[in-house]
Design a protein around this ligand. Structure first.
Ligand code: ATP
Length: 240
């Protein structure tokens, strides 16, 4: 196991990736040196507080200039369910990140046709940009199934968010050189939020206030008890 490259959040030693976090929420571009960009891909259906907290933690601990929230495109299914249309997931990401220094929403995976591979995304950045791929421990434990995973490791540094249900130590075996963000594991998932929204349970404070308003106003997750949306007409909804 590649235990030396993981920084355990709970070990009490050297937890932050960056030894000297700036201590300021105001991020500025580098005066000298390469731009340091975090790439945070996901379905974001919806974007929730664990995504946002992890993004900010990555910004500070890895001393990034920016974190790009990159919603996945439309033409694929996750766990056999149809995703909310990309333009809506994009709008929720924009609402959640608006006005936050260092946070940006990036549309390149939404705009790309066909399967989106992380390695292709990485190659779409300039060679002199330092790239950091941000992912949850659950995603990281399956990293070796990713298309050209060795090339991803060569081109970027992987930042892993701890996630309840996945032993962070298992990530060390799967992702060479991964760094574990020092943050409290948050037991929040988009699946649970969709179910709560669909069944009328409270979920308001698990998402950004503007995202909550958006979900409610557009009845995004009015659905079955299983959490999977029933409305085929909704799934075919077009962007305005
Ligand atoms: P779903 O429940 O629909 O599968 P999700 O909550 O896992 O969604 P995604 O948009 O699929 O959210 O996640 C994007 C990335 O964020 C993935 O790498 C995932 O592992 C990570 N992630 C999501 N929620 C958490 C969390 N609570 N803690 C740590 N990582 C998380």
């Amino acid at each position: 196991m590649d235990s030396m490259s993981i920084l355990p959040a709970s070990s009490g030693v050297a937890a932050p990736i960056s030894p000297e976090p700036s201590g300021s929420s105001c991020r500025q571009g580098p005066i000298l040196g390469n731009v340091r960009t975090g790439i945070f891909g996901g379905t974001f259906d919806p974007i929730h507080i664990a995504h946002l907290h992890a993004g900010e933690t990555a910004l500070f601990q890895a001393d990034l200039d920016r974190v790009l929230f990159m919603p996945a495109g439309d033409p694929w299914q996750k766990d056999d369910r149809v995703l909310t249309p990309a333009w809506r997931r994009l709008e929720m990401a924009q609402l959640a990140t608006m006005g936050v220094d260092g946070f940006e929403v990036d549309e390149r995976e939404v705009r790309r046709d066909g399967p989106t591979y992380t390695i292709d995304t990485l190659h779409s950045f300039p060679d002199d940009e330092d790239l950091f791929v941000i992912m949850g421990a659950d995603a990281a434990s399956g990293f070796r199934t990713w298309h050209r995973w060795e090339d991803i490791v060569d081109r970027s540094t992987i930042l892993v968010m701890p996630r309840p249900g996945t032993d962070p130590r298992s990530v060390g075996e799967a992702v060479p050189g991964a760094l574990l963000l020092d943050m409290a594991p948050l037991d929040v998932s988009a699946t649970a939020i969709r179910k709560m929204a669909g069944s009328g349970e409270p979920y308001r404070f698990l998402v950004h206030a503007a995202v909550y308003e958006y979900i409610e106003a557009n009845h995004l997750y009015a659905q079955t008890r299983s959490g999977d949306r029933v409305g085929a007409s909704y799934d075919q909804e077009e962007s305005p």
